[in-house]
Design a protein around this ligand. Structure first.
Ligand code: ING
Length: 307
């Protein structure tokens, strides 16, 4: 079956920008996507706020205002209402504070009827927990979020087997393969990726963008699935994050990409029947995988050199 899918890239969100203003920008992009015939829209990671893990705070509770305790809520309800009116499904990332007081970097998939049909909490948290002076920039996701407890799951939404990952997850083939083993046909990924490596000035933006695209194209090809990776990017309070939002087909080809670093919609017609060929031939997991030799992947966490 075919469906036009849209990536809705979001430009920088400054610290003092209210959620309502961000939601208005998201709604404008959803309208644009609708004009282009899109039936499903993918927004970035942490779409509602600035990328606050770049800031250190001693008392983490002081950052609870960056988190949502309900979803939908007053700020996001207009987006849910617009989507229902336009009969569009969508996914976006936000910071979740649960009733039990747990903090996650979360994304949800919402059906055209406005129902949250899948929730995912980011598994792979990059960066560090404590302030590290030697870094040019802090990247404190391990300080502010717990590792996700959902694992990688799929849902059949609008006739398509959809799964989610968030940002750093795209660099881990295990994440893709767990989704691939469930027959995923569309992997949606939001990301906020700083343009500079805070420990190695020699790693320029080009290499980081290459690694981003390489990860998404490889994951899509090796699991014969479409993938849409969408950035929150540009300047946030003087800190730059790269753009590079892309739509990738099951052969690993980029079929749409953004050209700027601001709010921008890209669309592509996805023919999900194209996923079947790879799943039935090269990546027919049942016919070709030899799980008896993969034990280290789950039995061993870190690298061990024993030779
Ligand atoms: N950001 C970055 C990402 O994985 C990073 C962190 C950048 C890790 C480059 C490794 C290399 O895209 C988030 N938010 O995960």
């Amino acid at each position: 079956m075919k469906m036009i899918v849209a990536g809705a890239q979001i430009g920088g969100i400054q610290k003092d920008e209210p959620r309502e203003a961000v939601v208005s920008r998201m709604m404008a992009l959803m309208e644009q996507a609708h004009q282009k015939g899109a039936e499903f829209v993918i927004y970035p990671e942490m779409t509602l706020t600035t990328f606050f893990p770049r800031f250190y705070v001693e008392d983490r509770a002081a950052f609870d205002h960056w988190f949502e305790t309900q979803m939908p809520n007053a700020a996001t309800q207009p987006l849910f209402d617009l989507a229902r009116r336009l009969e569009i499904g969508f996914t976006f990332g936000y910071c979740e504070l649960t009733p039990e007081g747990l903090h996650y970097n979360t994304s949800i998939t919402v059906s055209p009827e406005g129902e949250i049909v899948l929730k995912y909490r980011k598994t792979h948290l990059p960066g560090h927990t404590e302030y590290e002076a030697e870094r040019s920039h802090q990247h404190l996701e391990k300080r502010y979020f717990l590792p996700g407890d959902t694992g990688f799951n799929v849902v059949r939404n609008q006739g398509v087997v959809m799964g989610m990952a968030i940002c750093n997850d795209r660099r881990w083939p295990e994440a893709w393969r767990v989704l691939g083993l469930q027959g995923v046909e569309l992997v949606t990924i939001g990301y906020n990726t700083p343009s500079q490596n805070n420990l190695s000035a020699e790693e320029g933006i080009e290499r980081r963008v290459y690694h981003h695209e390489l990860s998404v194209c490889a994951g899509a090809y090796q699991n014969s699935t479409y993938a849409v990776a969408v950035a929150k990017c540009g300047m946030e309070d003087g800190n730059h994050m790269f753009a590079g939002s892309i739509i990738v087909d099951p052969d690993g080809y980029v079929i749409a990409r953004t050209t700027g670093e601001g709010d921008e919609v890209i669309v592509a017609e996805c023919d999900f029947d194209k996923c079947a060929f790879g799943k039935q031939t090269v990546f027919n997991f049942a016919a070709h995988r030899r799980t008896e030799h993969y034990g280290r992947i789950t039995a061993q966490t870190g690298m061990k050199i024993e030779v």
